[in-house]
Design a protein around this ligand. Structure first.
Ligand SMILES: Cc1cc2nc3c(=O)[nH]c(=O)nc-3n(C[C@H](O)[C@H](O)[C@H](O)COP(=O)(O)OP(=O)(O)OC[C@H]3O[C@@H](n4cnc5c(N)ncnc54)[C@H](O)[C@@H]3O)c2cc1C
Length: 590
């Protein structure tokens, strides 16, 4: 019986491929499993095997032409069998030159039309297009610089701090503390690595000063970059009067701006749940946790998400007795389960107690301490600590933006955006924590570039596929792409490769052997679906995985990339080899 040979799908976003060579000609006999043609994409060349024996009855797509994925490119039939050739691919082969385009939406209103691409170049196009950016965090300042680079006349306004949450009370200050804590831990265990140091201690007030210095230096850098790109900087509270008018209030003085476009980058703020007693001075959010006057003796952390476990890691290492109370059955939801198990054992070794499926119902002050009343499946419990850190999530900071005076559509506090970061009003874009599905600084920055480019007439769509997640505990955690569970849920036949860091030379040198690297791979073509790391430098190593996802790489491309020795990165190559059970530095799996 005649059967079609179809264009195989060789990557998640592959839409078409080119037949680079037919190994058989029409009329040639074909054996099942024999290579019958070669397909090329912009990334790889693939030999297609015959799925049945017979005769190559028809070549529908000649060598040098392209066809869409799943379209017929040829027909195998029984000897002497007549075949029909009405396949669309046969009538209209796609030419080799046809570009593979990522879908983008077209959406410019007649009034506020992005600069036409004919007027556009990297610099100098759309000169005079005025853009107001509200919020100078990693979303806002990056979008302002990108818009200025593309020729816009840009003004940016922030009511509190340039650099936003990230530089002032988020990513940077937490990592300053974590860095010192990591060194402290390493020196404490120094004898292992031939290092003797007595009475090593953390000078908390000096650490606070260093945190301020690092922050100030980076904030200064942001201001100077904005200035050198010609961006006008304002301090003040911005709120919309209408779709096209924004009031900026500063020290009792108001000015009204009417830019061509506005990018809202107002960020987010901590969620404070309505638990009785939460207004106690001993209950703090991440903002205050970064400016405590001393290291607390004990701390209850409500919420076992990224921010909660990072603070648990910091304070437990400094000697604080830490208890994490998490409402869900597990801390760090959406993180690889095996990684969470390792982290939990590391935190437990530091004395951190983790209560899951547990909820704080009330706080009460008692004898200078704070009692957290906790409802657990095993019964109720009271935890007495000096401080309670509430880190149950963050919410978009949109309540004072006057968005009710605009046509911007919201999903509760969150601004609704499309793939180009445009809101329901053509002249208003939004980026970062105030609208994004992922609240991370690097995501906000990328969204900022996307918004600025679309305003300036480019057609850029936001793609979250390569976004790396990172948790700066000790050891660090990082991932990109799908977890094993997510890949299975999406219908992939999954293969796993895993390499323990105990078998990695550099990890041993560093005396940081806790952890592993794990590849989640689609069985069919060994395409990488996700990479998950727990171990030292995980947050730096993940860049290779993010790039692999961007390039739709297969395991072969990691394996054949030479990794420097001795590095922890070598373990990436080994974990990739382990997908096919051929890692060199661990025994083969039986
Ligand atoms: C403790 C902590 C640790 C974190 N660690 C990391 C990390 O390691 N890596 C990571 O990627 N992310 C981390 N994050 C998240 C990261 O900080 C945010 O995702 C990021 O800052 C979002 O950037 P943004 O530009 O959207 O908003 P923000 O950084 O929040 O900036 C928004 C700015 O808008 C201003 N603003 C708001 N409303 C107005 C208005 N009406 N008028 C004028 N100005 C206004 C605010 O003053 C603020 O400066 C962390 C967050 C916290 C809290």
């Amino acid at each position: 019986m005649a059967n079609e040979i179809t264009m195989p799908k060789l990557g998640l976003t592959m839409t078409e491929g080119t037949v680079s060579e037919w190994k058989k000609q029409e009329g040639d006999p074909v054996e099942k499993g024999e290579i019958i043609l070669v397909v090329a994409t912009d990334k790889l060349t693939f030999e297609v095997e015959a799925e049945q024996s017979g005769v190559l009855a028809k070549i529908l797509v000649p060598a040098g032409s392209s066809a869409a994925v799943s379209d017929a490119v040829g027909i195998i039939a029984a000897p002497g069998e007549e075949v029909e050739t009405s396949s669309p691919a046969a009538e209209e082969p796609v030419t080799k030159e046809k570009p593979v385009k990522i879908e983008s939406e077209t959406s410019a209103s007649p009034e506020k039309k992005p600069v036409e691409s004919s007027e556009m170049s990297e610099a100098g196009i759309g000169e005079g297009t005025s853009v107001l950016v509200i919020g100078a965090g990693p979303g806002g300042y990056v979008s302002a610089i990108r818009a200025a680079q593309l020729g816009a006349d840009v003004t940016i306004v922030d009511r509190k701090y340039y650099g936003g949450t990230c530089l002032n009370v988020g990513c940077i200050p937490t990592k300053v503390l974590l860095h010192t804590v990591e060194l402290f831990n390493a020196v404490k265990e120094g004898e292992m690595i031939g290092l003797k140091a007595d009475n090593v201690e953390v000078d908390w007030s000096a650490l606070m000063k260093r945190k301020e210095q690092v922050t100030a230096q980076l904030v200064g850098g942001v201001r100077s970059l904005l200035s050198s790109n010609g961006v006008k900087m304002l301090e003040g509270d911005a709120s919309f009067i209408s779709d096209s008018e924004i009031r900026v209030s500063s020290s009792g003085k108001d000015q009204v701006l009417s830019p061509d476009y506005c990018i809202i980058a107002a960020g987010s703020e901590p969620v404070v749940p309505p638990v009785p007693g939460i207004d106690s001075k001993s209950v703090i959010t991440s903002n205050e946790a970064l400016s405590l006057d001393k290291v607390p003796d004990s701390m209850t952390i409500v919420g076992g998400g990224v921010i909660g476990v990072e603070f648990a890691s910091i304070f437990a290492s400094l000697g604080t007795r830490v208890t994490i109370v998490e409402m869900l059955p597990e801390i760090l939801p959406n993180t690889d389960k095996e990684i969470v198990a390792v982290l939990k054992s590391v935190l437990a070794a530091k004395g951190v107690e983790i209560l899951t499926s547990s909820k704080v119902t009330r706080f009460r002050e008692e004898n200078g301490s704070l009692v957290s009343e906790v409802k657990m499946s095993e019964g109720d419990r009271e935890i007495i600590t000096e401080k309670v850190l509430v880190s149950v999530g963050r919410k978009p900071s949109t309540s004072t933006l006057g968005l009710e005076n605009t046509g911007v559509k919201m999903d509760r506090a969150k601004i609704i955006i499309d793939k180009k970061m445009k809101t329901s009003v053509d002249s208003i874009y939004a980026i970062g924590d105030c609208c994004s599905p992922i609240m991370l600084a690097h995501v906000a920055s990328r969204e900022g570039e996307v918004a600025a480019e679309n305003i300036m007439g480019h057609k850029t769509v936001m793609d979250y596929k390569t976004n790396p997640g990172a948790v700066y505990t000790s050891p660090e955690i990082a991932w990109a792409g799908l977890t094993e569970e997510q890949a299975v849920e999406k219908g992939h036949n999954v293969k796993i490769g895993k390499f323990p860091l105990i078998a990695n030379g550099k990890s041993l040198i560093m005396n940081e052997t806790e952890g592993f690297i794990k590849f989640v791979v689609d069985e069919k073509y060994d395409e990488i679906l996700g990479v998950h790391i727990i171990g030292p430098r995980a947050t730096d190593l993940i860049v290779e995985a993010a790039l692999a996802l961007r390039l739709e790489a297969t395991i072969d491309e990691i394996v054949t990339t030479i990794h420097a020795h001795p590095t922890i990165g070598e373990a990436l190559g080994e974990a990739a080899l382990d997908v096919n059970n051929i890692a060199v530095h661990i025994p083969p799996r039986k």
